[in-house]
Design a protein around this ligand. Structure first.
Ligand code: GDP
Length: 446
């Protein structure tokens, strides 16, 4: 068992309770020395004991102590959790006491790292723990939970098995070219199998990319000329009459200025300051600003006024062509009807009409329904997606080499590369550097 570590596992600040967590060699015995209550070395595993933490004759706090005996613990080592009163001072004092009696302060993510090193979880599960903590919407949470339940591992393992079967067949052919029973591994046999694997990987990749957009949010710009109703629309979307912080023109500011959840997805609003232009608005400035904003935008909500379409509106329509955009004709409550050919959604940001259709369209564009319907397992994590992408490319290389009738052992090299890269997703043959880097992103006490 590794040395004993401890950390505060709950957020810093005052609350009803705080938890100080410990894991490693002699954790239970050491904490028992400062615990006045039942003998913790004798209590059953997974039980909670009531008592006090007492150090050098002084009672520090009244606590509940949970004891977990290996192997069924978070780290597979003996673990102790001390539930104390949730004040910063008292929690810190308990932590300090543990440090005095022989514990070491845990590094970020060290508990989860131990779970990984001790073989309780694999890399995708470790990453899932982190993803659950940082989840900000339902889809993200659901997928991180799937990963924690090893579904990602199962999916990747099955792809690797298919590649391995192909490698085995090729090997037989290379080793025993004269061996009649061995299936002759001609390109005609390799290519169809590789194409099937490529399609499976491609599908996961596509879902992962959509999933990633959803988990990180979609950079969204609301643009349109003054007075078409951009702020009113934003307020409607926010479902509260809250004015967006205004900025003076020319001041630098962060480009992402707000987040908004619609259904299961998050929109990262870009340049909300641009939504309220100043009175001395000049159209050319407007166009240049729109161009800047559009560079960053993955989704554009172009707002037009149903009662009047101007030259400037036409320019914005042209500027946003080819973008992921939704054209919104606002002020549908007014009787006038503008004439535009492009598909659009009619709304009234004044009375809320059409808002449901608009939100559905946003979800449709984000392709969320695709993920909801197929209930797909996919990767949520940038590191994993990058690996999957390079495995995908290696499979395409193998297919192309096959098609060009390159020697079959050259093709095998690419297949092996794909197999190895998939292995890295679940942490097979991952170097120390990756492991350290990965766990350092965790919060303390996790
Ligand atoms: P922005 O300059 O594009 O942000 O436009 P605002 O949201 O400030 O709206 C400009 C004016 O249009 C305000 O007087 C709003 O009350 C009005 N307005 C916004 N949306 C609607 C709508 O759907 N119908 C009507 N009749 N007026 C609206």
């Amino acid at each position: 068992m590794m040395d004993a570590i401890c950390a505060i596992a709950t957020p810093y600040g005052s609350g009803a309770i705080s938890i100080v967590r410990a894991s490693g060699k002699d954790s239970i015995k050491m904490i028992n020395e400062i615990f006045r209550g039942p003998d913790l070395t004798k209590v059953a595993s997974h039980t909670i004991s009531y008592g006090s933490i007492v150090y050098e004759g002084e009672v520090i706090d009244e606590v509940l102590v949970s004891v977990f005996l290996p192997p069924r613990t978070y780290t597979k080592e003996e673990c102790v959790e001390i539930n104390c009163h949730g004040g910063m001072f008292v929690t810190n004092k308990i932590l300090e006491t543990l440090l005095k009696i022989g514990f070491r302060l845990a590094d970020s993510g060290e508990f989860t790292k131990r779970a990984f090193l001790n073989g309780r979880i694999d890399l995708t599960q470790a990453e899932a723990v982190m993803d659950i903590i940082s989840s900000s919407n339902n889809l993200m949470l659901r997928n991180s939970n799937k990963a924690l339940r090893k579904e990602v591992t199962k999916m990747i393992t099955s792809l690797r098995e298919r590649l391995l079967a192909l490698i085995a067949k090729i090997e037989v052919n290379i080793d025993y070219p004269e061996y009649d029973d061995a299936i002759e591994m001609t390109n005609e046999i390799i290519i169809p199998e590789l194409l099937e694997i490529k399609n499976s990987v491609g599908e996961i990749l596509e879902h992962s990319r959509i999933g990633k957009t959803i988990s990180c949010g979609i950079n969204t710009a609301i643009i349109g000329r003054p007075n078409v109703g951009k702020s009113s629309l934003l307020n409607m979307l926010l479902e509260e009459d809250k004015a967006i912080v205004s900025h003076y023109a020319g001041t630098t500011r962060d480009t992402i200025e707000g987040k908004l959840n619609i259904g299961n997805i998050t929109l990262n609003l870009i340049d909300t300051a641009g939504i309220r232009e100043s009175d001395d608005y000049v159209e050319q400035i407007g166009i240049n600003k729109a161009k800047e904003v559009l560079e960053m935008a993955e989704l554009v909500l172009l707002v037009l006024d149903n009662s009047c379409i101007t030259e400037y509106d036409l320019e914005l329509l042209k500027l946003t062509e080819g973008k992921n955009r939704i054209i919104i004709l606002n002020k549908m409550d007014l009787n006038n009807k503008a004439n535009i050919n492009e598909p659009h959604i009619m709304i009234s940001a004044l009375n809320g009409e059409g808002m449901k259709e608009l939100e559905d369209e946003i979800l449709r564009i984000a392709k969320v329904s695709e993920l909801n319907q197929v209930d797909a397992t996919y990767l949520t994590n940038a590191r994993q997606i990058a690996k999957l992408d390079s495995a995908y490319k290696a499979i395409i290389d193998a297919i192309n080499s096959s098609k060009e009738y390159l020697p079959v052992d050259m093709v095998e090299l690419d297949i092996k590369k794909a197999w190895d890269t998939l292995g890295e997703i679940i942490g097979i043959a991952s170097g120390d550097e990756l492991i350290n880097e990965l766990f350092s992103k965790f919060c303390l006490g996790k």
